[in-house]
Design a binder for this molecule. Structure first.
Ligand SMILES: NC(=O)c1ccc[n+]([C@@H]2O[C@H](COP(=O)([O-])OP(=O)(O)OC[C@H]3O[C@@H](n4cnc5c(N)ncnc54)[C@H](O)[C@@H]3O)[C@@H](O)[C@H]2O)c1
Length: 305
């Protein structure tokens, strides 16, 4: 593998800030991004990303444990120099998030936030405003559906399960974007997590597929609403990853095996690869991308027969 020394001061000069041109930001990425000798992107030298989000403030919703996509995302954003706030859903998960951040990212802001409790959402953004003064990005990595709705026939979905899944997994994007926008005074980037079950039938994914379809459509409508404020919003459609939530999907290990055999890259995606794509979407590199659903799935979605 070839390595190129980092030019002194190179990363500082290469960050152009919001609205910065692709010309400036490519200087950072030009260093050795084209070295493809190792496929998974976490093998890229960490220094490539250092300072890309320096002096930027972000909030991450959805860290449950070290396997969470939100945690892999936090690591990518942290390595790029961002200052982060984390929310956790209730006391049950507080200890996990505290444990992870106290070691890796001391000084992070930790806040309780269950999106079904509007007062916790309001308090979260009040605290973020007090601590950070503004917000540059928001990561929505939240989903939930009652276990009984994630298997069997979609036909049997109860009203209660439908409303719960859609509220927590899709409406929450609108809710959090609405609360974040007043703090995104210098533009911003919002990223949420979707899955292929939004586009095609994935047996057992059921009501969550419908919630993801609503999430993806919300991404497009919000992109139109927020574009004039230079706030971009995109969804990542991630391939299957073994996480706490994934355990709720029936026959998830068969899904993993199927994806790794069928995907053009003949493997499953790693959480950190999703995190790296979030980093890209939060960076000036993605300054003209909004309202998109970007597949980070080793190419699985392009396959027919
Ligand atoms: N793991 C996969 O295979 C996969 C694939 C594609 C997309 N996704 C999506 O990625 C996102 C993150 O999931 P993950 O796989 O990292 O699992 P995870 O269990 O680690 O994360 C899900 C998070 O949602 C949070 N959450 C649930 N209900 C909430 C509520 N009422 N208020 C606030 N937070 C709540 C949980 O606390 C948890 O932190 C989800 O949107 C999921 O659908 C996952």
């Amino acid at each position: 593998m070839t390595t190129h020394p980092l030019p002194r001061g190179g990363t500082d000069k290469s960050y152009c800030g919001r609205g910065g041109s692709a010309h400036c930001s490519h200087l950072l990425f030009g260093l050795n991004l084209l070295d493809t000798s190792n496929a998974p992107s976490h093998h890229f030298k960490a220094y490539l990303f250092t300072n890309m989000l320096k002096d930027k403030f972000g909030i991450i919703f959805g860290v449950a444990n070290k396997r969470s996509i939100a945690w892999a995302t936090a690591q990518a954003l942290h390595e790029a120099g961002a200052r982060l706030a984390f929310t956790y859903q209730g006391e049950r998960l507080k200890e996990n998030v505290e444990g992870l951040t106290s070691e890796a990212m001391p000084g992070s802001l930790l806040l309780p936030c269950d999106v079904t409790k509007q007062e916790e959402v309001d308090e979260t953004f009040k605290r973020v405003g007090e601590e950070f003064g503004r917000l540059d990005f928001l990561i929505h990595s939240i989903a939930y559906a009652p276990r009984e709705a994630l298997g069997g026939l979609y036909l049997d979905t109860s009203r209660e399960a439908f409303l719960t899944a859609l509220e927590i997994s899709a409406y929450s994007l609108v809710q959090l974007a609405h609360a974040a926008v007043p703090l995104m005074t210098q533009g911003g980037s919002i990223v949420c997590m979707s899955y292929y079950g939004a586009e095609k039938v994935v047996a057992g994914y059921n009501v969550m597929g419908v919630a993801k379809a609503a999430l993806e459509a919300s991404t497009r409508y919000l992109a139109n609403d927020l574009g004039s404020r230079n706030i971009r919003i995109n969804a990542i459609s991630a391939g299957p990853i073994q996480t706490l939530s994934a355990r709720g999907v029936s026959d998830f290990s068969t899904m993993l095996k199927h994806h790794s055999e069928r995907a053009p890259l003949r493997r499953n995606v790693e959480a950190r690869e999703v995190g790296n794509t979030v980093l890209f979407l939060c960076s000036p590199m993605a300054s003209a991308i909004t309202g998109e659903v970007i597949h980070v799935d080793c190419g699985y979605n392009i396959m027919g027969i």
